[in-house]
Design a protein around this ligand. Sequence first.
Ligand code: NOJ
Length: 526
Amino acid sequence: MSTPWWVGGTVYHAYVRSFRDSDGDGYGDLGGLIERFDHFVDLGITALWLSPITNSPDHDWGYDVSDYLDVHPELGTLADLDELVEVGSRHGIHVVMDLIPNHTSASHPWFVEAKSSRNSSTRDYYVWADAAANGSPPNNWVDDTGEPAWTWDADSKQYYMHNFLDLQPDLNWWNPLVHTEFDRIIDFWLDRGVAGFRIDVANGLYHDRELRDNPLNPRAHIWDTEVQGRYGIEHVYNFNRPEVHDVYRHWRTRTESRSTPALLMGETWVARVDELAAYYGDDDQLHLALNFPFLFAPFEPPALARIVSESVAAFPAGAVMVWAGSNHDVPRVATRWAQNDPRRVRLAQTLLATLPGAYVLYYGDELGMVDSDVPDHLHRDPLTAGRLNGQWPRDNARAPMRWDASPSGGFSSGEPWLPVHPVVEQNVADQLADPTSMLALLRTLIAVRRHHLSDLTAIYRDVHVDASRWVYDSGPLRVNANFSNETVFIEPCDAPLLSSLDVRPDVLDRLRPWEAVVSLRTSPRP
Ligand code: NOJ
């Protein structure tokens, strides 16, 4: 296989409902992506990853699928998707979809049928279990809300299992028919010209056949970088089961047998790098496994550098790393890592964009978008609104994007589904006109990646790491980063390619506070 397009590529993660509304119903849609396609061309991205666009009752905004083979009417039509793929192919931009194989919506016809009787044709598509002797659930698994992962079905007198909401029943991957269904779903979208998938809950799918209790561990917490779990319970028997790897080997073989190999990028929400490495297999499973240990690391050179080096050491030869700082489930980089300090925001994106492999840019991060603070009564996410004590509200990272400085932000002519992003300066029109804007920096970074990192030989090497400095080589690039409030003087070097603080210094001999400078390794001063 020739070098895949995602090496050195930039995958723009579009949260479709918040990107741009083309029909005034307050929800961003496929038409909005098509209307604003120039934004992607201008940025120089390689691929567009769409948050779920298939049909759904939206209890988890598309992550509860009721029809895998059609587009949600609020988001457009199959014809719109075809048009988006076509526009993308004219500009060399691939379209990647979200695939949700861990669970369906409770409204999916498979589940409606499954619930109708213990003998129904799709009963075994889901995970059913009898009650324990005292009537309670069969084990101690809890779902993402901290409630039991089992819901009683009074009609058929069994529990069904769900790792997320009770309206998102888990599929039973022990059933070969489920595999056949997903082969069909994957083919359906690839036949339409989609270039691959981001696989939701890729470390889920299988559950322990004996339904053993999970171990209790007080460290099992969403932000822990060593122990995977929630609510003091480790996810040993309901996630990361060994059988899931066969699914990815199978999908990899199938998708690589097509004339254009499709991307398999996993949402591999695991705590440790060695667990992450397992999803690459012998470079015969996922092409990209999203690096949550990196995302959750503190914004400090030793912690970040350690995870990158451990990843390099743990991943199989040929594996491509992938770097993402923000997504629709966690606080944005600008707030979580950079504490809303513009210098740190620019530093953070410069680091993410100059590491070798693939780079995922969450919509709005190209403008430096910080988290918004959605008032309680306007929250739209049932998973985190009100139900969870102390959980960070995901709606804060899902604000409709600003296209201009007008009160509507140019997002929609109607009432936006969530309040438009509150920071007026973080809008496309103003930043396009400013050569020192975050948007301008991102355009330069993406061009630098494309030019210098689109090659499998681009590897990472630590050069110097201490509490306030991170210096590394990434392919032909040398990245010099200052994580402090002091100016530091460094060995002079000509022709730096860019500085995170402005477009380009002539000679690099110092780093200002919170600055990163990217230069070519071959250009030290004589
Ligand atoms: C991960 C998705 O990113 C998240 O938004 C969703 O709630 C869960 N998976 C369940 O599908």
